[in-house]
Design a protein around this ligand. Structure first.
Ligand code: GDP
Ligand code: IMO
Ligand code: MG
Length: 427
């Protein structure tokens, strides 16, 4: 039995939460392998809506064990708040386990995230302000605080002191903020230790043993391909590996145990924060997509930038991630357009490019080459099979599939679990 990877193909918010939740009932483990509470996944079950940030979306499936993997950065206050909120709504978080190697978002990193953005001025990234970048930077700089450090007070104090030697210089001398004391940071972190301890495991061992027993593991990515620190639109990216490769390093599951890579992709494109976006619509059409799709961030409430489907991005995501299946989402949002443009290539400085340009400069200059497809006006939110879709919607989906470099396995026609058309089984 396999390990499956599920990632976002575009700039995030493709509907990964819904897709993970749907698979959650059929898998034994759902593992978050990157990112932290910069993610926002909305899951709709009947009349109830759940907004998840740090917890894997599998938390809503009673039979499945949710895992926060070593590649995640954990804000402990957010973790316990999310657990308390879900338990108050009747969901047990008893099975949740957390890697001893996951890094902790300390208070000074939340502060640094926000002040650094202010200092960047018009070069800002538009981060979520949750301390994600500074915490991953500490990991790479080898001055990070890990979950396991909370269980050795002496080590914790030494590590916090080491980090603050540097951080306080930055806070005070560069950013004009108050210094932070070692004691205050240690005290805050230790206040979570007792509650955290029973959840902490060697998650790589746990998951590999589960696979040995024939159990199924779903590795759920936060963010998305174009926000990946290596393969995304750097520097306008997050600080983690959000592509399929990151699923292995962020969980300790080796690549040869991964059987499928599922990429979630929206029937149009959105982006939150700064950075280039070739098919972006800055006019009334963009506003219509935002209104029809409810495109406001789950985490920060910011309006999402909206534009047409970009098949150059889809092909890039297919290639970088080794996509075996695309899950197309939010097709229902496109109902009511007379004609729907799809980007099939870019024109860059007078030259046609069918694939992602090599450089940031070229991507900033990319002008979409559009093909136009006839729209439909019928309400498709009640469709349950592909043949229920009007012919123009069928043609649109088939055209996207042809252009995108991997087969489409399901189509979303609404936020609810049941509003999904299955074309081929994912499991
Ligand atoms: P994620 O970050 O990839 O999990 O995506 P978000 O949850 O941030 O954003 C996706 C939004 O679209 C959520 O509000 C979902 O409930 C909603 N959604 C997911 N699939 C569909 C769909 O097929 N149709 C519609 N109308 N909404 C969807
Ligand atoms: P989900 O999992 C959309 C964006 C931020 C910003 C950039 C860096 O819900 O798809 P960060 O706080 O990570 O340092 O911000 O990345 N970003 C997201 N955009 N969906 C997300 O997550 C995102 N997580 C981060 O807006 O542009
Ligand atoms: Mg989201």
């Amino acid at each position: 039995m396999p390990a499956l990877v599920l990632i976002g193909a575009q700039w995030g918010d493709e509907g990964k939460g819904k897709a993970t939740d749907q698979l959650g009932g059929s898998v034994d483990y759902v593992v978050k392998f990157n990112g932290g509470n910069n993610a926002g996944h909305t899951v709709v079950i009947g009349d109830e809506t759940y907004a998840l940030h740090l917890l894997p979306s599998g938390i809503l499936s009673p039979g499945c064990t949710p895992v926060i993997g070593n590649g995640v950065v954990v804000d402990l206050a957010v973790l316990f708040q999310e657990i308390d909120d879900l338990e108050a709504r009747g969901f047990s978080c008893e099975r949740l386990v957390i890697s001893a190697d996951a890094h902790i978002i300390a208070s000074y990193n939340r502060t640094l995230d926000r002040v650094a953005e202010r200092f960047l001025g018009n070069r800002k990234i538009g981060t979520t302000g949750r301390g994600i970048g500074p915490t991953y930077a500490d990991k790479m700089n080898r001055i990070g605080i890990r979950v396991q450090d909370l269980f050795d007070e002496n080590i914790l104090r030494q590590k916090v002191a080491g980090a603050l030697d540097l951080k306080n210089q930055l806070l005070v001398k560069v950013y004009n903020r108050k210094a932070v004391t070692v004691e205050a940071v240690v005290e805050e972190l230790l206040s979570y230790a007792d509650r955290l301890r029973p959840m902490v495991v060697d998650s790589a061992l746990l998951l590999n043993q589960a696979l040995d027993r024939g159990e199924t593991v779903l590795l759920e990515g936060g963010q998305a391909t174009l926000l990946d620190v290596d393969h995304g639109t750097y520097p306008f990216v997050t600080s983690s590996s959000a592509t399929a490769g990151g699923a292995c390093t962020g969980s300790g599951i080796p690549p040869n145990r991964v059987d499928k890579v599922i990429a979630v992709i929206k029937a149009y494109t959105t982006r939150v924060g700064e950075g280039p976006f070739p098919t972006e619509l800055l006019d009334a059409d963009g506003e219509k997509l935002r209104a029809d799709g409810g495109e406001y961030g789950t985490t920060t409430g910011r309006p999402r930038r909206c534009g047409w489907y970009d098949s150059v991005i889809a092909r890039y995501a297919a290639r970088i991630n080794g996509v075996t299946d695309f899950v197309l989402t939010k097709l229902d949002v496109l109902t009511g357009w007379e004609s729907i443009p799809v980007c099939v290539a870019y024109e860059v400085d007078g030259k046609r490019l069918d694939e992602m340009p090599m450089t940031q400069t070229e991507f900033h200059h990319a002008v979409p080459v559009y093909e136009f497809f006839d729209g439909w006006t019928e309400d498709i939110s009640q469709a349950r099979t592909f043949s229920d879709l009007p012919k123009n919607a069928q043609d649109y989906v088939r055209a996207l599939e042809q252009l995108s470099g991997a087969p489409f396995s399901s189509i979303g026609v609404g936020p609810d679990r049941v509003q999904t058309l299955e074309l081929r089984p994912l499991l």
